[in-house]
Ligand binder design. Structure first.
Ligand SMILES: NC(=O)c1ccc[n+]([C@@H]2O[C@H](COP(=O)([O-])OP(=O)(O)OC[C@H]3O[C@@H](n4cnc5c(N)ncnc54)[C@H](O)[C@@H]3O)[C@@H](O)[C@H]2O)c1
Length: 323
């Protein structure tokens, strides 16, 4: 009988395929979590570059706090792709963003990796439905898209393809959550996932403003870095918008600012504010605040903003960076 998948919090060994920008950063993250990492990359000098990067970044991991058993010595560089695939409990693929290459690689990985092992891709925008087409066991193939660098930025989005088993996506979401990540377990596939779609919406608008000579590139960065970006580090955009509604929260904000969605503030088409969207926003916000009152949220925002602002000021002063 084949092996079964361990509990998400009982995984001991991760396979890292591709040790470029993202794969090497995943390796650092998992080592900090106290896991064993087996890495594979066919490029000449890959092992040396990986070990060098881990050594260079390790002091930051120490500062952040190492999990029990965490050590740089828990890295093994695999002698072959087969060795890597056969000795791990989850594979995280981070090879170049090319659909044909990923589809062929997944077919190969699927063939040589025991069927209980989850195979996860770091792809920034490809769909698992398109990657898994040649797999015999597509039910265990998922996407876990990180944000650079994954050893510092906690967010990742987990989603499957048409042929992925929902239980595999749940297992993976739990695994990443148990191992230091803040996970969005997506309900459906969507090109660009969540974070990049939101970034792209803003980016498109920024490019419109520059193209039309409406403001400078510096003003765009200033508007976010000294404006909403500061708040977004503490709470996401929905909770921040709800705070703009004062005591009335999301409901009051939608009533107040809902009509302005129809104003041409952005050059993206706004969705109609249907009753369903209205209710989904109000209920979703109520769920996400987990019992905190509007007053408590406002205090939380202020109390966290102050040290972040101070930290940025101190850092810039110490390093003589012009403000
Ligand atoms: N760079 C980012 O900011 C970022 C963020 C999130 C997700 N991603 C995604 O991560 C993936 C990797 O991106 P990257 O920026 O790290 O690319 P990269 O070019 O830095 O690294 C890719 C690595 O994969 C190796 N490789 C190629 N074929 C391989 C194979 N068959 N087996 C094992 N290794 C192989 C290469 O030698 C290289 O070292 C892409 O899918 C990308 O969309 C990137």
């Amino acid at each position: 009988m084949g092996k079964t998948r361990p509990a998400p919090d009982d995984v001991k060994t991760i396979g890292i395929l591709g040790t470029g920008v993202i794969g090497s950063s995943w390796a650092i993250h998992f080592l900090r979590q106290g896991l064993k990492v087996i890495a594979w990359d066919p490029e000449e000098g890959a092992e040396h570059r990986l070990r060098q990067k881990i050594e260079e970044k390790w002091p930051f991991m120490v500062q952040l706090g190492l999990k029990e058993g965490a050590s740089q010595d828990n890295l093994e560089f695999a002698p072959s792709l087969e060795y890597c695939c056969q000795n791990v409990e989850l594979l995280q693929e981070s090879t170049p963003e090319n659909l044909d290459a990923k589809r062929a690689l997944f077919a190969k990985l699927d063939e040589i990796t025991p069927p209980h092992v989850i195979i996860s891709s770091s792809t920034s925008g490809l769909l698992m439905t398109d990657i898994q087409t040649e797999c015999v066991h597509p039910e265990r193939t998922i996407i876990c898209h990180p944000f650079n660098p994954p050893y510092l930025v906690p967010f990742c989005e987990v989603v499957g393809g048409d042929k992925t088993d929902a239980a595999a996506v749940d297992w993976a979401a739990d695994f990443f959550e148990c191992n230091g990540k803040k996970v969005a377990r997506m309900k459906k596939e969507l090109p660009g996932f969540i974070g990049n779609r939101l970034q792209d919406a803003m980016w498109r608008e920024a490019l419109h403003m520059v193209a039309n000579g409406e403001c400078s590139v510096e003003d765009i960065d200033k508007s976010i870095a000294y404006g909403p970006g500061l708040r977004w580090a503490i709470m996401g955009p929905c909770m921040n918008m709800a705070l703009c509604g004062g005591e009335g929260g999301m409901k009051r904000m939608l009533d107040h600012f809902g009509p302005s969605l129809l104003e041409p503030w952005t050059r993206l088409e706004a969705p109609p504010l249907t009753d369903k969207l209205y209710n989904d926003m109000v209920e979703g916000f109520d769920e996400s605040r987990k019992g905190r009152t509007m007053q408590q949220l406002a205090v939380e925002l202020d109390e966290c903003l102050i040290p972040i602002i101070k930290l940025l000021e101190e850092y810039k002063e110490q390093n003589q960076i012009e403000r």
